[in-house]
Every structure is written in structure tokens, then in C-alpha cells.
Write a new protein. Structure first.
Length: 203
């Protein structure tokens, strides 16, 4: 068990190191990573290669683990569901102002939630992440009308998002059991700072 926890912590740190690398624009509308951007693989990579989306997913999962109870499952599911709604809005061309700025602000908010280990009621926490999820989903969905295989692409980024949320929960559960809260709060502060830098970059 100890080896498993150590491996999980190392994996989490490695993932965060990649996430905090300078690639903020990689997951946004109009940017493709492989080939024509029309495959399941491209959709799957979309959230993984965009540092803002990646950090947000891991942060939400980690916070959900610290909330516990119904929030442990309800918060990640709320994000995934509302993200899908946002993707449909983006694919449908529905105007939504301030998408990039709101995504950046979400990082600040999620970072602060972790930094303070805020114990919001499960319903309120789900509503909070769900609101921001619409904007994250919109950024993914805005590309879909230009793709020949929208269902494959969409399935890819939804599955990747769910997996990232799950990884965040697993990291949070491991941290909650064996890592001092001060270090977790510090990680939350780092996420918030990263969000502030991203907000400034989008001004």
C-alpha cells in the first residue's frame, strides 16, 4: 500500500509539472494537435495537452476528494455533465462571451478552494464547478462544426475529462490520507497563481 501511495504521489507531481508548463493555448478553439484534429485520439488529447484544462480537472478531482461524501462523485459528475452541455453550445455556435477569461478565472477559484480546503455543501460545490464547466466545454465544442467526425472527437474529450477527474480524485484521496494539509494548501495556492497568470495573459 505504501508503495502504491508513493507511486501515485509521484505520478501526480509529474502530471502537475507537465500541466504547469507553458502551453496554455493548446486546448482552445481552432488549435489541433495531430493530423486534421478529427479523430477520437485528437479529441482525447485536447484536454490533456492544454495546461489550463488539465490543471482544472486535476484540481476539481482533488477538491472533491477533500469534500468527501456526496461531493466525491457528485462534483466530478456535475463538471462532466455541464461540460458536455457547454460543448453542445460551442458546436451550435451559440454566443458565449469571455470563454478564455472565464476558464482562467476558474483556475483561480479552484485553486482557492483547495488552498482554503473549503468545505462547501455538495450541491453548492457541484453548482460552482458546473458553471465553469460550461465554459471549458464550450472551448472544446467550438471546434466540432469543422470536423468530419464530431462524435468521435467529442467522445474522446469527454472520456479524457472523466479520466482526468478520476485521477484528481485518486490523488486527493492519497493526499488526504498521507500528506500534511499545508502541502495540499500550497498546491492550491500554486494553481491559483497559475490561474492569475493565465487571466493576465488573456487580458
Amino acid at each position: 500500500m505504501k508503495r502504491w501511495l508513493c507511486a501515485l504521489r509521484l505520478a501526480g507531481l509529474a502530471w502537475l509539472a507537465v500541466a504547469l508548463s507553458p502551453s496554455e493555448a493548446a486546448a482552445h478553439p481552432g488549435v489541433h494537435h495531430l493530423g486534421s484534429g478529427e479523430s477520437f485520439v485528437d479529441g482525447f488529447l485536447h484536454p490533456l495537452l492544454g495546461s489550463d484544462h488539465l490543471v482544472a480537472m486535476l484540481a476539481i478531482g482533488l477538491w472533491a476528494a477533500y469534500l468527501g461524501g456526496r461531493a466525491l462523485v457528485g462534483v466530478p459528475l456535475a463538471f462532466a455533465g455541464m461540460m458536455a452541455l457547454g460543448a453542445m453550445l460551442g458546436a451550435g455556435g451559440v454566443p458565449l462571451p469571455g470563454v478564455e477569461q472565464t476558464i482562467a478565472v476558474s483556475l483561480v477559484v479552484f485553486g482557492l478552494m483547495i488552498c482554503t480546503l473549503a468545505k462547501l455543501p455538495a450541491a453548492l460545490a457541484a453548482a460552482l464547478v458546473g458553471l465553469f464547466a460550461i465554459f471549458h466545454g464550450y472551448a472544446h465544442g467550438a471546434e466540432i462544426p469543422d470536423l468530419a467526425q464530431p462524435l468521435l472527437y467529442g467522445a474522446g474529450f469527454v472520456i479524457a475529462t472523466v479520466l482526468l477527474l478520476g485521477v484528481g480524485v485518486a490523488i486527493g484521496e492519497a493526499c488526504r490520507r498521507s500528506i500534511p494539509d499545508i502541502l495540499v494548501r500550497g498546491a492550491g495556492a500554486a494553481v491559483a497563481v497559475f490561474g492569475i497568470v493565465t487571466v493576465i495573459g488573456n487580458i
